[in-house]
Design a protein around this ligand. Structure first.
Ligand code: LHQ
Length: 247
């Protein structure tokens, strides 16, 4: 498949996916959804991809849905947004959340709608979707989540970091380099184990303590059978740098 609306490559263990509709601040239309879906399929299937790095071309990261696709004529039927979410957004969110790799998001500019430092939905009569109403209160607490979702104000990157919405702010000029450095580092690590860590942390948000202890037992059993664990222990005993394969 030739990509028109995204840039996609796999190099040094890092799958780099950059949204590429800069004039529309990388907002999503159906074609871009299709390309992202195809790229994520390749990431899942290609063992050379050990880490996924997401970013955007131009001055924006992503402005959510392309609203020019939603501009209905007066008197025409309203679009079925539930259908659009079912077909496009929910599968995308599930696919990223379940991807058995570390995912780094280098948010290079405004993120509105489905990825978000602006919960812009309330400004046009919608609710935050793509898991926004689930993720936000868990990351920043209910009071801040409600303020963000009901007011639709812009949250600066620094404030997003202070509130625990994102991991780290870096200077604009260094963003791509810093994100690639982190991605290349992770790509040399025991990425099978990292995927199990991601799975257990995701599950912890809904589990009781006892359920989580049981999940840890099961996932540690899998981790303990990996080649990487064997290599990690040998390298430690032999006082050398381990060489992990992600298996
Ligand atoms: C855009 C867009 C855009 C098209 C900027 N579309 N062109 C999920 C499931 C199913 C259905 C419905 O929706 C959803 C979820 C959603 O994503 S709903 C939320 C949709 N997104 C928004 O409401 C955000 C709309 N955009 C904005 O509020 C602003 O553009 C932000 C705050 C993102 C950036 O503001 P500025 O930095 O001032 O840039 P701008 O507004 O001047 O935009 C630059 C250009 O990008 C401009 O085009 P132009 O030809 O005038 O240069 C915009 O029209 C275009 N653009 N967002 N979503």
């Amino acid at each position: 498949m030739n990509f028109e609306h995204i840039l996609f490559s796999i190099e040094d263990g890092v799958a780099l996916l950059s949204l590429n509709r800069p004039e529309q601040l990388n907002s999503f239309n159906a074609a871009m959804h299709g390309e992202v879906r195809e790229a994520l399929k390749q990431v899942r299937q290609n063992p050379a991809a050990r880490v996924l790095l997401l970013t955007g071309e131009g001055r924006g990261f992503c402005a959510g849905q392309d609203l020019s696709d939603r501009n209905v004529a007066p008197g025409a039927d309203a679009p079925d947004l539930g259908q659009s979410i079912e077909q496009f957004y929910n599968p995308l969110i599930r696919s990223l959340r379940d991807l058995p790799l570390p995912v780094i998001c280098a948010v290079n500019g405004v993120a509105a709608g489905a990825a978000s430092f602006i919960q812009a939905f309330c400004r046009i009569g919608l609710i935050p979707d793509s898991g926004g109403t689930w993720t936000l209160p868990r990351l920043v607490g209910m009071a801040r989540a409600k303020a963000l979702a009901l007011l639709g104000n812009r949250l600066t990157a620094e404030q997003a970091e202070q509130w625990g919405l994102i991991y780290q702010v870096v200077d604009d000029a260094n963003l791509r380099e810093e994100a690639l450095k982190l991605a290349r580092h992770l790509a040399t690590q025991p990425t099978y184990g990292l995927a199990l860590i991601k799975r257990s942390l995701n599950a912890s948000l809904n589990n009781s303590f006892d359920e989580q202890l049981e999940l840890e037992r099961d996932l540690q059993r899998l981790a303990g059978r990996s080649e990487d664990y064997r290599e990690g222990v040998s390298a430690f005993m032999e006082k050398r740098t381990p060489s992990f394969k992600g298996r």
